[in-house]
Design a protein around this ligand. Structure first.
Ligand code: NAP
Length: 239
């Protein structure tokens, strides 16, 4: 889709990857970007001051908040489902309340926002939805078993959605980053990509009409492994 002149909304865009996605969209010529956060006061005032930016409160787990956002942002033609949480824990020992929070945010939250915005996107089409998933939606990492499962559910939703909105003028893009250097992985020893670079590659993928985006070097390599032999990736990430 053409980013130049588009009207985008990014969930969870007060910080982390979401804030970089906003910056990249504006740099790529978006006419308007709805910058959203659970607490609208957490959005950087210098971002909010940009005349192309509209600030909105949006909690993806709260139906009334999502409905209000869809009414307020009725001109959107690009939705980026970026908001997410990560609760650490293994398959046998992880805290079920944390796993439940991940499911409610990463899976059901993505679905809730998407359902509210599909009529808006259809009316403003051609349009696109990009879901920020993760490489470990495709094969889990042990200490992030609940998070991986929530993102696997969001990956499956992305596939089902793609088929359901085909023919309604809405493209559906899945982005599968590896580790990114944001608060989410603070304190974790791992290779982490620059969030600005990940954002650039996601927006370029949307612009290019890609169905799947591997937005960093680690995910690009692992993605090729996955496409050739999913079990091999499972063994690599488990190791
Ligand atoms: N960091 C990584 O290594 C990595 C790798 C692959 C994929 N991802 C994905 O990339 C996306 C962005 O993550 P990040 O790395 O930027 O993490 P982050 O720095 O922790 O930021 C998470 C963002 O999601 C928002 N959020 C959480 N729950 C929300 C809710 N219920 N409603 C609305 N917004 C909510 C947060 O808002 P608050 O400020 O209100 O908490 C924050 O803006 C997520 O979907 C994540 O799963 C991250």
């Amino acid at each position: 889709m053409n980013i130049n002149g588009s009207t985008a909304l990014v969930t969870g865009s007060n910080r982390g990857l979401g804030a970089r996605l906003v910056a990249q969209l504006l740099a790529s010529g978006a006419a308007k970007v709805y910058v959203t956060a659970r607490d609208a006061r957490s959005i950087d005032p210098s971002v909010a001051a940009d005349p192309r930016v509209r600030v909105l409160a949006l909690d993806v787990t709260d139906q009334s908040s999502v409905d209000a956002a869809a009414r307020a942002a009725s001109d959107v033609d690009l939705l980026i489902n970026n908001a997410g949480v990560l609760g650490f824990g293994s398959a046998l020992d992880g805290d079920l309340d944390l796993f439940s929070r991940d499911l409610h945010t990463n899976y059901l939250g993505t679905m809730r926002v998407t359902r509210a915005f599909v009529p808006v996107l259809e009316a403003n089409g051609p349009a696109a939805i990009a879901n920020v998933l993760t490489l470990i939606a495709l094969a889990p990492v042990g200490p992030m078993a609940g998070y991986s499962a929530s993102k696997a559910a969001a990956h499956s939703f992305t596939q089902a959605l793609r088929a359901e909105v085909r023919g309604r003028g809405i493209e559906v893009v899945g982005a599968y980053p590896g580790g990114i250097d944001t608060d989410m992985l603070a304190g974790v020893e791992a290779d982490k990509a620059d969030p600005a670079e990940v954002a650039r590659r996601i927006v370029e993928g949307i612009a290019a009409g890609d169905t799947v985006v591997w937005p960093d070097e680690a995910s690009a390599g692992a993605g090729q492994v996955y496409l050739g032999d999913p079990l091999h990736l499972e063994r690599l990430l488990a190791g």
